[in-house]
Design a protein around this ligand. Structure first.
Ligand SMILES: Nc1ncnc2c1ncn2[C@@H]1O[C@H](COP(=O)(O)OP(=O)(O)OP(=O)(O)O)[C@@H](O)[C@H]1O
Ligand SMILES: [Mg+2]
Length: 431
């Protein structure tokens, strides 16, 4: 029975992209964040931008400029500290003056975003070119909004569609008629906005059932010399754009509701004592409940998830590798993964075996870990989908015990101490 157990959080990523400049991307992205938050106070909303205009910062920054931001998201190991709480209850990641594409494929961005441990909705604003960053933002997205204001921007949308189609995701792309002069007519019968929508649908695009009108009042919010950019919600409520952005926020929420639910990976038991804050109820090998009986304690360094592996499941795991034969009862098994989020398809998994004195006994490289049994096991251990794994370290104790025993203070401290020693050894000496 899974009732009452905390299910996995899932982040819904909305990317606003267009190869054409000045179509309203940033205006839509920033205001969408404000409207989503205003509609749902409890929904965490985060925004980040790949451009260097600092519009996101100019609308949302509170207090001094954060020391880290988009640059750190793309390099090193991304952590929740990159996200700051900003104005209007919206969280944001500080923009960077200069970003260089990291040495990874654009596909790897989603794993980095997932590593921020965000919940709710993340909005990504992009540059008006289809570079590494825009491609990465497209591939990370659950929903892509592409503002189109004229025929040229409509034609440009095909390059974005190609990137998504290549990943089998064209259905995530939605066009938003933007900066539409609602009074302008193409001829005596057809309005420009309607013509845009019609042409887009004719080209087989999904088009949201609304348009963002061109409004001098909205334009004035971002111009002038003031360093603050004001949202439509607070400073242009009397305009048609106010209702349109609200409708766009509703549209985003409806797409989020329609998205498939997060696949359940072994769940965390709520209300556990602080030292078992991330206690996983199931065995990561067989996905059956494991904490009621004896098992091998495991610990995942990044998520700090802990739990037990059934003794028979642990033996099965050892049987799949050569070094299993060398494992004594007080051994410690360390799994070191460089996952697809880190190095792509060619994930690398190393197993290291330590003896009771915390000395390295043997190491082994698992061939093609993405194909075998270890893949599912690592998902259960880390609580992440395979594609979202980065550099991960997981320890499993060779000695089994009960949760009750493991929760005794002396046992906990001994296990924590061994973890530190073994990890230090593994991270230091093996390099
Ligand atoms: N609905 C609107 N009515 C009037 N002006 C608007 C509207 N939306 C955006 N603008 C103005 O149009 C200009 C371009 O908008 P914005 O910066 O949002 O576009 P962008 O696509 O992000 O541009 P870039 O490609 O340069 O990043 C800005 O001056 C902005 O204030
Ligand atoms: Mg912009």
């Amino acid at each position: 029975m899974r009732t009452g157990w905390e299910s996995m959080k899932k982040l819904f990523v909305v990317t606003v992209a267009s190869e054409k400049g000045g179509v309203g991307k940033t205006t839509i992205a920033t205001n969408l964040a404000v409207y989503l938050k205003a509609l749902h106070e409890d929904l965490p909303v985060t925004i980040a931008s790949f451009d260097n205009h600092f519009s996101v910062d100019h609308m949302f920054a509170l207090g001094p400029r954060p020391a880290t931001g988009m640059h750190e998201l793309l390099t090193g190991s991304p952590s929740p500290e990159l996200v700051g709480l900003g104005q209007y209850g919206v969280q944001y990641i500080a923009s960077a003056r200069r970003l260089s594409p990291p040495d990874a494929t654009p596909k790897s961005l989603r794993a980095r975003l997932d590593a921020l441990d965000l919940d709710g909705i993340l909005i990504l604003d992009t540059r008006p070119i289809l570079d590494w960053f825009t491609e990465a933002a497209l591939l990370a997205a659950d929903l892509v909004l592409t503002p189109v204001k004229d025929r040229a921007s409509l034609l440009n949308a095909s390059a974005l569609r190609a990137v998504l189609a290549d990943a089998g995701r064209s259905e995530r792309l939605w066009l938003v008629p933007s900066l539409v002069d609602t009074r302008a007519r193409l001829n005596s019968e057809v309005r420009v906005g309607d013509f845009l929508t019609f042409s887009a649908r004719e080209r087989d695009y999904q088009v949201v059932d609304l348009m963002i009108s061109k409004s001098p009042r909205v334009e004035s919010l971002a111009s002038g010399f003031a360093s603050r950019i004001r949202p439509v919600l607070t400073h242009a409520r009397q305009t048609a754009v106010h209702g349109q952005l609200r409708a766009l926020a509703d549209f985003v929420l409806s797409r989020r509701a329609a998205a498939p639910p997060a696949p359940e990976i072994a769940s965390v038991v709520p209300g556990s004592p602080p030292f078992f804050r991330r206690l996983v109820a199931e065995c990561p090998v067989c996905a059956e409940r494991a904490i009621a009986a004896n098992g091998h304690p495991f610990f995942d360094l990044r998520s700090r998830r802990q739990g037990l592996i059934h003794p028979e499941c642990f033996s099965e795991l050892l049987n799949e590798c050569e070094l299993g034969m060398l494992a004594g009862p007080e051994a410690m098994l360390v799994m070191e993964l460089a996952g697809p989020g880190m190095i792509d398809e060619e994930a690398e998994l190393q197993l290291h075996l330590f003896d009771s004195g915390n000395r390295l006994v043997a190491s082994e490289r698992v061939i093609d870990p993405g194909q075998g049994h270890f893949r599912g096991v690592l998902e259960g251990l880390t609580g992440r989908r395979w594609q979202a794994t980065l550099r991960e370290w997981v320890l499993v104790a060779g000695e089994s015990g009960s949760l009750e025993r493991l929760s005794r203070r002396a046992e906990r401290e001994a296990f924590a101490m061994r973890r530190r020693l073994v990890l230090r050894e593994a991270m230091g000496k093996l390099r």
